[in-house]
Design a protein around this ligand. Structure first.
Ligand code: DGY
Length: 426
């Protein structure tokens, strides 16, 4: 890529971020996702930090203004009324003044906090704003371990596929079979009016997404009850790695701000999580697998969820094995990293999280590979990510076989990651 190409792409990315900016929060994309999403916002802040530090902090602060009293940070904040999205506030029925969903999402906030804190040029503002966010993020992390790891196993469970962010991953198929569909209220999907239905989850999956929402709503969104009452409890290695890394990064910021207690608590959480993560390792696949907490068995599904742990401080040998899985993929695919093993017969190149490439995940994995010294494979993923942007623009996700853009267009988090990738590549 020439310097001219780089600066053109840099400016286009900023254009997308500004276009989707609603003042104090950013929508993932117009139409398909018209509100604030939790992990999207934290990735967005990383992008905004390249051209407007103040705005980047605001993005995260707005998210945490909607933290629940128990510490949970919801996955959607419905700042405005918009019938173009389903399921809206009335389906969630969480009773919040500004409506929110009732489930959470991968906690990128710990990592993002450290990044904003360390990169900010205005040190006084960075300290003040980090000091205010620190206890809120810690409260969220404590919420995770109290409510999603009730037996104290060191790893947390997701109770809904939307919590993982990888909505229709093959990882959930078996566990999802146990979720009934009887009795759900009739509904009309909106997502398929904005994006190609062949790129989206199926109706059978949507029925189950909604059954779980209605079930949890029937329990009054009481987080002390939801875990044990859910027929879907999956321990996702990717989700846990993000939480573990978040705890580590929170500890670093806490230490810099002179808060030794918070630092110690979070180091301890991360150490326990890393030890427990070992139970999810599969020698056969050379990667981590999800655990079905209801049956107590590993789920035989080699997805990207099992590669994301390189983002946490896993043993070097594990990071090297993950690097090899990615190199192997690169011999089969035009673009990497596929969200599911392309040799698995269940792989679908265009269907959301069952095969396509997602730049946010590439970013987490590049960061981890670089930290583990796996520079060659990291450079390969980086190149593939930038090639996709050049070929297909700021799509939601991409077909790894052809590079075709899929899902929504002019996507905020893709634009944010491009700014990050250009920086890493520089
Ligand atoms: C959706 O509606 O597709 C989202 O992924 C749920 O958060």
């Amino acid at each position: 890529m020439t310097p001219e190409d780089k600066s053109r792409i840099f400016n286009l990315a900023i254009e997308v971020l500004k276009e989707n900016d609603r003042g104090a929060y950013t929508v993932p994309t117009k139409g398909l996702y018209p509100f604030q999403w939790n992990w999207d916002s934290c990735f967005t802040a990383l992008g905004q930090a390249h051209f407007d530090e103040d705005r980047a902090w605001t993005e995260m602060e707005t998210l945490f203004e909607h933290q629940w009293p128990d510490g949970m940070v919801p996955h959607i904040i419905f700042h405005v009324h918009d019938d173009g999205y389903f399921p809206g506030p009335d389906v969630w029925g969480t009773g919040r003044a500004t409506p929110t969903s009732g489930i959470t999402q991968p906690p990128i906030a710990g990592f993002a906090l450290r990044q904003l804190f360390e990169r900010s040029a205005d040190r006084t503002a960075a300290e003040r704003r980090a000091r205010a966010l620190l206890p809120k993020i810690e409260k969220w992390f404590a919420w995770f371990y109290a409510n999603r790891d009730p037996q104290g196993q060191g790893l947390v469970a997701i109770l809904h596929p939307w919590e993982a962010g990888r909505d229709n991953s093959i990882d959930w198929d078996e566990a999802f079979d146990r979720v009934p569909t009887e009795g759900i209220a009739p509904y009309t999907r909106r997502d398929t009016q904005h994006a190609d239905p062949a790129h989206r989850p199926t109706k059978a999956q949507y029925d189950r997404y909604l059954w779980l929402v209605e079930h949890f709503r029937g329990l009054g969104w009481d987080n002390a009850r939801l875990h044990d009452a859910s027929p879907f409890q999956v321990v996702d290695p990717g989700f846990n790695a993000i939480l573990i890394r978040g705890c580590q990064d929170l500890a670093v910021v806490a230490e810099a701000l002179g808060n030794a207690d918070t630092a110690a608590r979070n180091r301890n959480r991360a150490a326990r999580g890393l030890a427990a993560l070992e139970n999810l390792w599969s020698d056969r696949h050379g990667q981590y697998l999800c655990l079905d907490r209801i049956t107590g068995t590993l789920i035989d599904s080699p997805s990207i969820g099992g590669l994301i742990p390189v983002f946490a401080a896993i043993p070097k040998s594990r990071a090297a094995a993950i690097g090899q899985v990615i190199q192997q993929q690169a011999t089969r695919l035009k673009y990497i990293i596929a969200s599911h093993d392309p040799d698995d017969p269940r792989f679908e190149a265009k269907r959301y999280w069952r095969g396509p490439v997602w730049l946010v995940v590439n970013y987490l994995i590049v960061d981890g590979l670089l930290a583990a010294g796996e520079t060659e494979v990291a450079a390969r993923v980086l190149r593939s990510s930038l090639d996709l942007i050049e070929q297909s623009g700021f799509a939601e996700y991409y077909d790894p076989l052809t590079g075709a853009p899929c899902g929504g267009g002019r996507f905020t988090w893709t634009a944010a990651m491009v700014l990050e990738f250009l920086d890493i590549a520089a």
